[in-house]
Design a protein around this ligand. Structure first.
Ligand code: PLP
Length: 428
């Protein structure tokens, strides 16, 4: 019987009523090949997740980087339960909205005012509307991933269903290549409302790239938006803007803001944020109180202790040791790690015989088997401890030794028990 038989049976049930069997693309079978993957979770605690079949994993996905503190943090749960007894949502705004907004203003360099949403996409889309209203321009320059709405996803290869008119207003530029942004601006002078970008993802900024983007925005009357959905409360409390000392006009937060509770925010300069009163960004659940109660605890934790310094040290420890294993297995040309220690990327290179997808699928198959849930990044949380490290390093060591042998013996395909992953749209 398959190690994942309950998950696989559940997928058939789920897919009969839910397209793809999941609400989130990155949690679906498009990322977790059926036959080698745990497809559904039962519960999670601290750094670990249990699948439907009862297998436990050290979780390096951490709910797509939403979990920074750890699953089921006691202090957080206590605050949420206390709020639950009072109410989840009211007919009028609750006091927590101001309390969490004030904490954000205190902790985030660019934050003078704050509005909440539920998903990162709410926040990035609100920032785009705000920038368009503020500047009276329509074009948006993007760099990174910014969610599922038309204005952004239309600029990727996954653009089905997005009208051409919308697609034509969003233009991509390359990270660490300022000339690509300059080129866009010279092609469409005085037409860009905003530059929306992740302050960093796969690589560190080089050659004063972020400062250069800031200058270009200032010179051209463009609103600079940092999308800190992942980097916020992970790289440093105030995100990439704090880490790299470049302050955007607006920025967006989500994920780690409430350690997995559905909350996002757009924050920024008063002068621009006031325009919120004129545009329409409004939702029934925007001021939902359980997530705000969770966020208040998270933000107070960031105030009391250097959460991100700890995350960085945990992430570095893991990164350095994995790099050692890669070297020991002589796989430096096949896989290397990059990015911030709290959000490390695994970069694969095809070999003479095998595609990136084949290599990745083998890697996942072996890591899952050994109790490590991993996609293409290490998204560590504070709950990741010495025991977890041992499990992960052991899994890496056995998996990469196996990979090295399979590449040398040219028998990797025989070792794959499923079809390899299908390449999907790439945005980072
Ligand atoms: N921006 C970034 C940088 C993200 O990583 C994501 C999600 O992964 C989003 C925006 C969209 O957030 P959500 O999926 O919560 O809508």
């Amino acid at each position: 019987m398959s190690r994942y038989s309950k998950s696989e049976a559940w997928l058939i049930r789920a897919e009969s009523v839910i397209p793809l069997g999941s609400q989130t693309f990155s949690k679906s079978r498009t990322q977790y090949p059926v036959g080698i993957s745990p497809l559904f979770a039962k519960n999670a605690k601290g750094s670990r997740l249990q699948d439907l079949d009862g297998n436990w994993y050290v979780d390096l996905v951490n709910s797509l980087a939403a979990i920074t503190i750890g699953y089921g943090d006691r202090e957080l749960e206590k605050a949420v339960r206390k709020q639950l007894a009072k109410g989840v949502i009211f007919s009028l705004p609750g006091k927590l909205e101001e309390e969490v907004a004030s904490l954000m203003v205190e902790l985030i360099p660019s934050a003078e005012m704050v509005r909440f949403g539920k998903n990162g996409t709410d926040a990035t889309s609100a920032a785009v509307r705000l920038a368009r209203a503020y500047t009276g321009r329509d074009f948006i320059a993007v760099c990174g991933y910014h969610g599922w709405q038309d204005w952004y996803i239309g600029s990727t290869s996954r653009d089905k269903g997005v009208p051409y008119a919308t697609k034509s207003l969003t233009k991509s530029f390359k990270y660490n290549d300022i000339s690509t942004l300059k080129q866009l601006i010279s092609e469409f002078p005085e037409q860009f409302a905003a530059v929306v970008m992740e302050p960093m993802n796969v690589n560190y900024p080089s050659d004063n790239f972020l400062e250069g983007v800031r200058d270009i925005c200032d010179e051209n009357g463009i609103v600079l938006v940092f999308d800190e959905t992942i980097t916020g409360f992970r790289f440093s409390t105030g995100g990439g803007q704090q880490q790299f000392s470049v302050t955007p006009d607006l920025s967006t937060f989500g994920k780690g803001l409430a350690n997995g509770y559905p909350l996002s925010a757009v924050v920024g300069k008063k002068e621009i944020m006031r325009e919120m009163e004129e545009i329409f960004f409004s939702g029934t659940f925007g001021g939902e109180l359980l997530s705000l109660a969770a966020a208040k605890v998270v933000l107070e934790k960031h105030k009391k202790q250097d959460v991100c310094a700890k995350l960085t040290s945990i992430g570095n420890d893991l990164k350095f040791k994995v790099e050692e294993i890669i070297r020991d297995c002589r796989l430096e040309k096949v896989i290397n790690l990059s990015g911030h220690p709290t959000w490390v990327f695994l970069n694969w290179t095809a070999t003479e015989d095998y595609s990136v997808e084949e290599l990745k699928t083998f890697f996942m198959q072996e890591m899952f088997q050994r109790g490590v849930l991993i996609l293409n990044t290490h998204n560590v949380s504070l709950a990741f401890n010495r025991k977890d490290l041992k499990i992960v390093l052991n899994a890496y060591s056995e998996t990469l030794q196996g990979l090295s042998r399979a590449i040398t013996s040219r028998n990797l395909r025989e070792k794959l028990t499923v079809q390899p992953l299908i390449p999907l749209f790439k945005v980072r």
